[in-house]
Design a protein around this ligand. Structure first.
Ligand code: AVJ
Length: 394
């Protein structure tokens, strides 16, 4: 799956630039440059510019100290809009129209998602936070010496704070490696974390999971805990979730562990409310993909002519999100020189959110040669956190 990660196709940008600004001292430029060299992949790009510059102005001394604890690299595919054109052309030309949910997350979409996490109906975030809050010391207790915490899809890193604090308390220091597609998010959360935790060191990677994982595999020598929270794995079809976990498994040494947050199967009405909230935030989130297409591909989608719909498919164990055309209509995408026709009630399927039973979680893990060593649920038993160790395949 990641065979091309270091191959020639990834090298469309072969520059290894350090964008220096007057705010940098020679030492810092050299430091950044050395990091860029050590990172050896040509596509690597060390960028310590915006955040550094801003904080430099506010508190020069503190900012200089913090910058030494932060490395931020951008891999070639670290653009949330990557492949949008092709994905839209293909997805909307099909018999059953689809759009990939990864395109929800531009700046606006990521902001709306943060709002979803605060909704009364969206129990996932609170349930997971409850488990983390109660179990973080126990989780950190699984690790003896210095540990690196790698977070896949770190976003704003809010939930991870309890975990970071537990590790800092136990070991005095911690290296945190957040991996996210959004460089802006990484910069902002790194800045906040470094300000709050003086003993924290951050190596942030702006990239897609596949390429980021390949980099972590090369880079990380110390014992690591890989965390993948929020039931993000639910966006994968079950077989894709398994191959994704096999990729994660391939970055793990015998001592490494994986902490996985997965939403559990539950009654349809709870799910329906969680994905179709009263305030209409999830509807805005869903429709944001259309406004994104309008902006980036010169489209003329009328957002009001589509209805947000959450469909619970109990047998398959997933919630589907759709955008349903309220009438028959045509939409023009100028950038693609493409006209799309919609019948009345025709849907664009935009997201799947798979739910797992505890048994299904173990099956999933087993198919990736992972063995569950611990599992925690919230008090309402809606959500699960599981800790896995690599199992040698026989
Ligand atoms: C980020 C994929 C976990 O599926 O619950 C929230 C995204 N979609 N509301 C989920 C989402 C609609 C969320 N994940």
């Amino acid at each position: 799956m990641h065979a091309d990660a270091t191959g020639p196709t990834s090298c469309e940008r072969t520059d290894c630039t350090v964008r220096s600004r007057p705010a940098f001292t020679i030492n810092e430029i050299v430091h950044a440059f050395i990091i860029a060299q050590l990172q050896s992949t040509p596509a690597a790009k060390v960028e310590m510019d915006t955040w550094y510059e801003q904080s430099q102005r506010r508190s020069p001394v503190r900012a200089a100290e913090n910058s030494k604890r932060l490395t931020l690299i951008s891999l070639a595919d670290a653009k949330s809009s990557d492949g949008l054109e092709e994905a839209v052309r293909q997805g909307l030309s099909r018999e059953s129209k689809t759009l990939p949910c990864r395109y929800f997350y531009d700046e606006v979409g990521s902001e709306i998602f943060e709002q979803i996490c605060d909704l009364p109906e969206y129990y996932l975030t609170r349930a997971e936070h409850e488990i983390l809050r109660d179990r973080a010391p126990e989780i950190a207790g699984w690790f003896e010496g210095p540990t690196t915490v790698v977070e896949l899809g770190s976003g704003s890193s809010t939930k991870t704070r309890v975990l970071i604090e537990a590790f800092l308390k136990r070991h005095g220091a911690l290296k945190y490696v957040p991996l996210d597609i959004s460089k802006t998010m990484l910069e902002e959360s790194a800045k906040a974390l470094l300000g709050d935790y003086p003993a924290l060191e951050i190596f942030a990677i702006a990239a897609e999971y596949g390429r980021g994982l390949a980099r972590i595999r090369e880079e990380e020598q110390s014992r690591k805990l890989i965390v993948f929270l929020g039931s993000s794995i639910g966006n994968f079809r079950r077989e894709d979730a398994a191959s994704f976990l096999r990729e994660v498994r391939a970055t793990m040494r015998p001592d490494d562990r994986l902490l996985l947050g997965i939403d559990l199967r539950k009654s349809a009405d709870v799910l329906e409310n969680a994905y179709d909230d009263a305030a209409g935030v999830t509807a805005r989130f869903n429709k944001n993909i259309l406004s994104r297409i309008n902006t980036e591909l010169a489209g003329d989608f009328e957002l009001d002519e589509f209805a947000h719909q959450a469909v619970v498919n109990e047998e398959v164990g997933r919630v589907e999100m759709h955008l349903v055309s309220r009438r028959s209509q045509q939409v023009r995408l100028d950038a693609l020189d493409l006209d799309i026709t919609f019948d009345e009630h025709e849907s664009i399927h935009t997201e799947n959110s798979y739910k797992y039973s505890p048994g299904e979680i173990d099956e999933l893990a087993a198919s990736a040669d992972l063995r569950r060593v611990a599992q925690w649920l919230d008090t309402k038993q809606q959500f699960s956190l599981s800790l896995f160790a690599p199992e040698c395949s026989s």
